[in-house]
Design a protein around this ligand. Sequence first.
Ligand code: GLN
Length: 303
Amino acid sequence: MDGLASPGSQEKEATVATLLTDGLAMLEQAGIDNAAQETVWLLEAALASAHLVLRLNPHRAVSSGEQARALDLLARRANREPLQYLLGTQEFCGLDFEVTPAVLIPRPETELLLDEVVRCLPSGRAATVVDVGTGSGCLAVALAKAMPSVSVYALDCSEAAMEVAGRNIERHRVGDRVHRRQGDLFAALDQLELKANVHVVMSNPPYISDADWAGLQPEVRLFEPRNALSGGPDGIAVHRRLLESAHEFLVPGGLLVMEVGQGQAEAVCEHARRQGRYGNIRIRQDAGGIDRVVCAELSTNAK
Ligand code: GLN
């Protein structure tokens, strides 16, 4: 840390420019790929100023409070805390979502899952959708925004996640059509009159296998909620449970759509086939050519 500004080093007056230089050095030294851009984003947050304002006023002195805030954020990022938790937001489907360490940070590939749901639901017709493991609520909220005739039950076992989802539902003003329920998997639906009444069950379940856990980036492994990531020994334990219970809630012909990890799609399809209740079992690939989403329709003659 020699030569870098720190709360104790008073030898030079901190300005926007010195914070930019020092911040960049801290993040580069920590091996952060996008260090220049991330430094700017963190300073924007710490100084509550837009990037251009910072660029236009490089010699503006920063107060000791601003400096402390900036150095705290930079040090936490250098320690691999995800940028999104430090800034408190992540964009998903063009919408801004609050994120905290209680929820998984929404990923761009998850938009494919929503694309499949929107493709399958007739537009303008009322439909009931269940989002299992809603986390931040990104899928439930984005679907409700895209399809005004749809109602969504957003389920999660984590109380802390439910609170974040609640704030995102409020932020995007879809509280009339997105209903939160806390409980394991479908447990919270048992009291509702939803058996055989759901048109789509969508889920981005945890799918990291035990073997892949140690290889995750530190941002993910050390900071994102483990119960939102860890999918048991082979990574598809929750997919199996979904396939084994979604049929109780789906209408005949209803759709189960699940995100899967790389290399898992075939095993999930095989488990779907083994249930004997689903037809039109298919896989969709993401922009990187990876099998990413598995869809299965409840057969019309299934019980
Ligand atoms: N549904 C949320 C998402 O897709 C959370 C998923 C999870 O926690 N596994 O980001």
